[in-house]
Design a protein around this ligand. Structure first.
Ligand code: 26W
Length: 831
C-alpha cells in the first residue's frame, strides 16, 4: 500500500439520519439487499436471508456509529482502549435487534417473506474469538461501555479461525477448525486505509540525529501489515455505537522482494503466507502457557498496531504535545497477554517521537492499567529472553532498561535485600532467562486489579505481595459482571416480560432495580410465583429439545436441572460433580429412593487440546452418562448428558433453563467466575464453594438462598501439608463405593484401567485440587438441594430472590467502577 492511498480525501459526507424502523421500511431494505446487493432473483438459501437481514440492521446502526465516532474524536476527549487477545462476542444479529429495539417490526417484516426470525438468527456462526471467561468478559464490557456511552474502543485480533468446534466421538473430544468467516461477516467493515506496519526481527542501530542527539532505530526488520476491521457495538436503546477494532495480518508488498528478484516469484508469493499466519488462529489454551513463538508474535502485533492507531486517533483529534497524552488516553490490558504494550509505548515515544526516557516513562506509567484474571502459577506468562532477542530485539533493550531502573528503586527501598531483588526482577534468572510479563505489567501500570474481592485480596497477600509493599496505592479490586442485555433480555424474553410486567422495564439498563422484585418473592402462592415457574418450565423444555438433538438424552422438564458449563479444568472440578452423579447412581441401584428428586445433570465445556487429563474427564462423564441413561432401573430419576461444543450461543439457551448452578472450584483457584452470575440472574440457585465471586453472590442473596459447601481458601492451604485422601476415602463408605465402582471398570468401554490416572490423581496426597476433601460436604449440600426442591413454593421464592439480588453483577456496575477509579472518562457528549 502506498502512502498516497493512506491520504484521506475529504468528501463532504453528510450527517446520517436515522432510518425508518417500521416493518415496511425494514422489509423494503431487506428485499433490496437480497436482490441488488446479493443478486438473488428468485429463491434463496437461509444463508442469504441472514446476510440481507444483517445488512438491513447494520444500516440502522450507521447513523449512530457515525455520531458516536465524531463525538469520540473531539479534541481533548479522553478515551480508554481495552487491549485484549480475546473478544468472545458470539452472535450479533439478535443482540443488535434488541439494542436497537426493532425486534418486533423485524419479525413482522420477515413474515412477509415467510421467514422466521429465530431460524434466521440460528444461521449466524458464533464469533468465537476467545477461550472462556476472560474473552466473554471483554465482550460484556464492550456492551456495557456502549450502553453507558463511555468512549472506549476495543482492540483485538481478527482470527480467521476462532475457538475450535468440539465434537464427541466415541465419548472423546475431537477438535475441528472453526472457519467462521467462510460465508462472509456482515458485522465488520474493513478500513484498509488505517493499516499499520508492524516490525519483527532485525536489530537496534545507534545513530546521532541532525541535532547531534544519540538515538536508536530498529532496522533490518521483516514487516507485516495490520489491517483494521471494525465491528459496531450498539448500546442499549441509547443511540450510541462504539467500536471494536480487530486487526488482520497481511503481507507487505515488498515481502521477500529479494527472492522475487532472484527469479523465485512463486516462492516469494508463497512466503506471504507466513506473515498472514499471525492472525490465523486463536490459541485454545485458557490456563497454561505454551510458549509458542507465534503467540508472542500475536501479542506484539496487537499491542503495536493498537498503540500506533491510538496515537494516530489522538493526533487526528488535535493531540500533538505528548505532555497531554496521558491525560487523553488510558489503556486497559486484559491479563498479561498484551503487556508488551508497556515496552512498545516506550519505544514509540523514545525512538519515533524523540522523548527522553523519563518523559516517556512518566507517560507510559500514567496511561497503562492491568487486570489479572488468574492465580494459577502455570498460567503466568513468561517468555524466554532468547525469543525476545530474535523477534523483538529493540523491545528487549527497553525491557532491560526498565528492569535496571526498577531494581535500583527496589534496592534503595530495601538495601541489601538480594533475595527480594531476585524475586522482583522482571528478568527471571535460571538456565533459560525469562521475561516475567506480570511483573512488566505491574511495573508499567498505575492500576492493577483482580476480578473479585477474594481474588484481589489473594493477589496482594500472595503472588503480588512484594509489589504491594512497594506500591499499595496501585492495587484495587473490580468484581466482574455480565451484561443483562444479552444474558437476560435477549436470552430469556419470557422472564424479561414477566419481570417488566411487575416493575417496568428500566431494570434492563439499571439492574439494581431488580430489588423491586423482593416483595413479590416473599409472598407465596401468588400468580406471580406460578408464572415464574411456568417461564422456567418453558425454558427447560427448550433446553430439553436441544439436549435431545445434540446428546440424544431425554431430559424431563419436571426434573431438577443441575448444570455445570465452563472450560474443563481440574481446578473447576467437573470430577467432583461426576463423583456425586455416580454416588446418586449407586444409591438408586441400592434401592434408596425415599424422597427421591429426579435430576437431569448437564455438563459442558471444551478441554485445551493438549490437556490430557481434562480430555480424560470428558470421557469419564460420557461413559457415566452412557451407563446411567441406559439403565432401565434408573429411568427418569437420573439423567446425565455432556453437551458438545459449549459456546456463547448455547449458554443463551442453557442459563435461562437452569435450576441449579454448579460453581464448585477448589477455594482460592477461580478468580471470579462469570457463568455463576448468568445463572443467578436467570433465577438459578447456586451450589458453590467459598471462591471467587461466589462469595459476593452469597453475600448479595443471603446464605439461606445459596448452597455453600467445602473448605475455604485458607483451610485448603492449611490442609496441604497433611492431606491424606486415602484416609478420607477409607472413612467415607459412600466415597469408597464411588471410587471402587470406577476402579471395577463398570464405566469402561473395553478399555481396562483407562480411568486409573483419574483415580490416582484424586487419591494423591499432592492433589492440588483436593477433590476428595470436599466430597462429603458436597454430597450433604446436594442433599439439601434435593430437600429444598421438594418445597416448590419455597424454591420459587429463592429463585426469585436470586434474580432480585443479582443487580450488582451487571457489567454496567463493573464499568462504572473502572471508570470512577481508573479511566475517569466522561460519558456521552460531555467533554
Ligand atoms: C496464557 C494462556 C492463558 C490464556 C488465558 C492463560 C490464562 C487465560 C485466562 C486468564 C483464563 C481465563 O479466562 N480466566 C478467567 O477469567 C474470568 C474473567 O475474569 C474469570 O471470571 C475466571 O475466574 C478466570 O478463570
Amino acid at each position: 500500500m502506498s502512502s498516497q492511498e493512506n491520504c484521506e480525501i475529504l468528501l463532504p459526507i453528510p450527517t446520517l439520519q436515522p432510518l425508518d424502523n417500521d416493518a415496511a421500511a425494514i422489509s423494503d431494505d431487506f428485499q433490496r439487499y437480497l436482490t441488488y446487493h446479493l443478486g438473488r432473483f428468485k429463491g434463496c438459501t437461509p444463508a442469504y436471508i441472514y446476510q440481507a437481514l444483517s445488512h438491513t440492521v447494520r444500516d440502522r446502526l450507521m447513523p449512530h456509529w457515525q455520531s458516536t465516532w465524531l463525538n469520540h474524536l473531539q479534541p481533548q476527549k479522553r478515551r480508554a482502549y481495552y487491549l485484549s487477545l480475546e473478544f468472545l462476542i458470539g452472535r450479533a444479529l439478535g443482540n443488535n435487534l434488541l439494542n436497537l429495539a426493532i425486534e418486533n417490526p423485524t419479525q413482522e417484516a420477515l413474515k412477509r417473506f415467510s421467514a422466521d426470525l429465530e431460524q434466521v438468527e440460528e444461521r449466524e456462526p458464533d464469533a468465537g474469538l476467545g477461550n472462556g471467561g476472560l474473552g466473554r468478559l471483554a465482550a460484556c464490557f464492550m456492551d456495557s461501555c456502549a450502553t453507558l456511552a463511555l468512549p472506549v474502543i476495543g482492540y483485538g485480533i481478527r482470527y480467521e479461525y476462532g475457538m475450535f468446534r468440539q465434537r464427541i466421538e466415541n465419548d472423546e473430544q475431537v477438535e475441528e477448525p472453526d472457519h467462521w468467516l467462510r460465508e462472509g461477516n456482515p458485522w465488520e467493515i474493513e478500513r484498509a486505509e488505517y493499516h499499520q506496519r508492524i516490525q519483527f526481527g532485525g536489530y537496534s542501530e545507534f545513530y546521532k540525529d541532525a541535532h547531534g542527539e544519540e538515538r536508536v532505530r530498529w532496522v533490518g526488520t521483516q514487516d507485516v501489515l495490520a489491517i483494521p476491521f471494525d465491528v459496531p457495538i450498539a448500546g442499549y436503546k441509547n443511540n450510541t455505537v462504539n467500536t471494536l477494532r480487530l486487526w488482520k495480518a497481511s503481507a507487505t508488498d515488498e515481502f521477500n522482494l529479494q527472492e522475487f528478484n532472484q527469479g523465485s516469484y512463486t516462492e516469494a508469493v508463497q512466503a506471504k503466507n507466513e506473515a498472514e499466519h499471525i492472525s490465523m488462529v486463536l490459541y485454545p489454551n485458557d490456563s497454561s502457557e505454551n510458549g509458542k513463538e507465534l503467540r508472542l508474535r500475536q501479542q506484539y502485533f496487537l499491542a503495536s498496531a493498537s498503540l500506533k492507531d491510538a496515537i494516530r486517533l489522538w493526533k487526528k483529534g488535535g493531540g500533538g504535545d505528548f505532555k497531554t497524552f496521558a491525560a487523553d488516553n488510558v489503556f486497559q490490558m486484559n491479563d498479561t497477554h498484551p503487556t508488551i504494550a508497556v515496552a512498545e509505548l516506550m519505544r514509540l515515544l523514545i525512538d519515533e517521537y524523540h522523548l527522553n526516557w523519563d518523559e516517556a516513562w512518566n507517560i507510559t506509567t500514567q496511561c497503562m492499567a492491568y487486570t489479572n484474571h488468574t492465580l494459577l502459577p502455570e498460567a503466568l506468562e513468561r517468555w524466554p529472553v532468547y525469543l525476545f532477542r530474535r523477534l523483538l530485539p529493540r523491545l528487549l533493550d527497553i525491557i532491560y532498561e526498565i528492569n535496571a531502573r526498577f531494581l535500583r528503586l527496589v534496592s534503595r527501598r530495601w538495601p541489601g535485600d538480594t533475595d527480594r531483588l531476585r524475586r522482583m526482577s522482571i528478568i527471571e534468572e535460571g538456565p533459560v532467562q525469562q521475561v516475567r510479563m506480570a511483573w512488566l505489567a505491574i511495573v508499567g501500570s498505575f492500576s492493577i486489579n483482580g476480578v473479585a474481592a477474594l481474588h484481589s485480596q489473594l493477589l496482594v497477600d500472595g503472588l503480588f505481595h512484594d509489589f504491594y509493599e512497594l506500591w499499595p496505592h496501585k492495587f484495587n479490586n473490580k468484581t466482574n459482571g455480565v451484561t443483562p442485555r444479552r444474558w437476560v433480555a435477549f436470552a430469556n424474553p419470557a422472564l424479561t416480560q414477566l419481570v417488566s410486567s411487575k416493575i417496568g422495564d428500566s431494570w434492563i439498563a439499571n439492574l439494581q432495580e431488580l430489588e423491586k422484585l423482593v416483595p413479590y418473592a416473599t409472598k407465596k402462592h401468588t400468580a406471580f410465583h406460578k408464572a415464574w415457574r411456568e417461564v422456567k418450565h418453558a425454558n427447560k423444555q427448550r433446553l430439553a429439545t436441544l439436549v435431545k438433538q445434540d446428546c440424544n438424552v431425554d431430559f424431563n422438564p419436571d426434573s431438577l436441572f443441575d448444570i455445570q458449563v465452563k472450560r474443563i479444568h481440574e481446578y473447576k472440578r467437573q470430577l467432583l460433580n461426576i463423583l456425586h452423579v455416580i454416588h446418586l447412581y449407586i444409591r438408586l441401584k441400592n434401592g434408596k429412593t425415599d424422597n427421591w428428586v429426579n435430576r437431569c445433570v448437564l455438563i459442558g465445556g471444551k478441554a485445551a487440546p493438549g490437556y490430557v487429563m481434562a480430555k480424560r474427564i470428558i470421557k469419564l462423564i460420557n461413559r457415566v452418562a452412557d451407563i446411567v441413561n441406559n439403565d432401565e432401573e434408573i429411568g427418569e430419576r437420573l439423567k446425565v448428558a455432556f453437551i458438545p461444543n459449549y459456546r456463547v450461543s448455547s449458554m443463551e439457551i442453557i442459563a435461562p433453563a437452569a435450576d441449579l448452578s454448579e460453581q464448585i472450584s477448589t477455594a482460592g483457584k477461580e478468580a471470579s467466575g462469570t457463568g455463576n452470575m448468568k445463572f443467578m440472574m436467570n433465577g438459578a440457585l447456586t451450589i458453590g464453594t467459598y471462591d471467587g465471586a461466589n462469595i459476593e453472590i452469597m453475600d448479595a442473596v443471603g446464605a439461606e438462598n445459596f448452597f455453600l459447601f467445602g473448605l475455604k481458601a485458607d483451610e485448603v492451604q492449611a490442609l496441604r501439608h497433611d492431606y491424606r485422601p486415602w484416609d478420607i476415602a477409607a472413612q467415607d463408605a459412600d466415597l469408597k463405593a464411588v471410587l471402587d465402582l470406577i476402579r471395577s471398570g463398570h464405566f469402561n468401554d473395553c478399555a481396562p484401567g483407562e480411568f486409573e490416572p483419574i483415580l490416582n490423581s484424586v487419591l494423591s496426597a499432592n492433589d492440588p485440587w483436593m477433590t476428595l476433601a470436599d466430597f462429603r460436604s458436597y454430597v450433604d449440600a446436594q442433599d439439601k438441594v434435593a430437600t429444598a426442591w421438594q418445597d416448590q413454593e419455597h424454591w420459587t421464592r429463592m429463585s426469585i430472590l436470586n434474580t432480585a439480588h443479582s443487580g450488582f453483577f451487571s457489567t454496567d456496575r463493573t464499568m462504572l467502577e473502572y471508570n470512577r477509579d481508573i479511566w475517569k472518562l466522561k460519558a456521552g457528549a460531555e467533554i
